[in-house]
Design a protein around this ligand. Structure first.
Ligand code: KG4
Ligand code: ZN
Length: 362
């Protein structure tokens, strides 16, 4: 009952409804394959989680339950499409918070069964990878050349080689994700939640060279590399956070903007260094970057400089497609980066689904 393959092989216009509820954004999108966005709605729960300083899973799941039906109706109305005009449904099946994933998956299954349509299970990070190829970027997907795409989000930091043979994980973080490092750093600095945007604003007034933070070398002692992963393309951000903790303890009167700018600089430089190493090792035809942290202006500029120094095109996800959204989930399904369930009720969710592995692969 499970298969992969491109939806764009179907005849005529294919309209896909997508649902993404893996964490704290309730997102619904309606897309005409491969990636013409008819509606892309994201309902952020940030204000509800802010008093707790982080995402509270039970609160997230309850808000998804409350918001999904309304977003579905609004998406169809915005796009001027009837339920009967939907050709298929795509949904994030993992990784993410179990209770949050369950809400989107249950809604998607119910719709697919009611409308008698197949259901596509999408890996959340396949969506983030796919987000860099909207618009003109699509040319690179169709070109047949291999590229290198970085996903930097709150929960994940991975480097993926994208080519005609598929997507292969070549680098990953061994501890904290880049966004997590920014969120935790911002918290230590007394900035508001979510930390990434707050740190970006604070850093605007500061000197990035004021404090030298470590660049996040990866320990040789780590020995659980997935087969395709290259140790030199891996990230480690937990030491950076500890360095900030000690710095603030030892310098209680430090200028907060300077420390924020230096900390952000260290994260951006760690990312740029891995991308440069990846370019030298894998010789990609282009580089791309998506995920929530890819909204960061300094990172976007820095990657721009890396790309131009190697003479490579840079595909940056549009800011609204960097943070979690359902359009990227639908686009991934439209290109066959997903598993199809003709019996939707059989689709499992998988909170710790590893990138590049089958959905129920143990
Ligand atoms: O992709 P995303 O919406 O959710 C996950 O899949 O994790 O990413 C959220 C992350 C958070 O860590 C947030 O602090 C970070 O993206 N972020 C930023 C910016 N906007 C969001 N980090 C740095 N600069 C920003 N402007
Ligand atoms: Zn995400």
């Amino acid at each position: 009952m499970r298969e992969t393959g491109s939806l764009t092989n179907l005849k005529g216009t294919v309209r896909i409804l997508g649902i993404e509820t893996s964490c704290d954004e309730t997102a619904v999108a309606l897309v005409e394959a491969p990636d013409r966005i008819l509606a892309n709605l994201v309902d952020s729960q940030i204000a509800h989680h802010a008093p707790f300083g982080g995402v509270v899973p039970e609160v997230a799941a309850r808000l998804h339950v409350e918001r999904v039906p309304d977003l579905l109706a609004t998406a169809l109305r915005t796009a001027g499409v009837d339920w009967a005009d939907l050709d298929t449904i795509a949904v994030t099946a993992g990784p993410g918070l179990a209770t949050s994933l369950l809400v989107g998956a249950s809604a998607a299954k119910a719709l697919a069964i009611r409308l008698n349509r197949p259901l596509w299970a999408v890996h959340h990070l396949e969506g983030h990878v796919r987000s860099v190829f909207f618009g003109t970027g699509r040319h690179w997907l169709e070109s047949g050349s291999a590229g290198l795409v970085l996903v930097v989000s709150g929960g994940h930091t991975i480097l993926v080689q994208v080519g005609p043979e598929g997507r292969r994980l070549v680098g990953m973080t061994l501890d904290d994700a880049a966004g997590e490092a920014l969120d935790k750093g911002a918290r230590l600095l007394g900035l508001e939640y979510p930390g990434g945007p707050a740190l970006e604003r604070e850093a605007e007034q500061g000197d990035p060279w004021a404090v030298k933070f470590p660049s996040g070398q990866v320990s040789d002692r780590f020995n659980h590399w997935p087969e395709t992963v290259r140790p030199e393309l891996c990230f480690s951000f937990s030491g950076l956070k500890t360095a900030l903790l000690y710095y603030l303890r030892d310098h209680p009167d430090a200028n907060r903007a300077d420390v924020a700018a230096s900390y952000l600089h260290a994260v951006v430089e760690a990312i740029a260094a891995r991308i440069e190493r990846g370019i030298e090792l894998l010789r990609p035809a282009y580089i791309g970057c998506g995920g929530g942290v890819a909204r960061n202006r300094r990172l976007r500029e820095r990657l721009g400089r890396v790309a131009s120094s190697y003479g490579l095109p840079l595909l940056l996800a549009a800011p609204e497609l960097c943070t979690d959204n359902a359009a990227m989930i639908v686009a991934a399904a439209a290109d066959g980066w997903a598993e199809q369930f003709r019996l939707p009720e059989r689709m499992p969710i998988r909170p710790s689904w590893a990138f590049g592995t089958p959905l129920d692969g143990g």
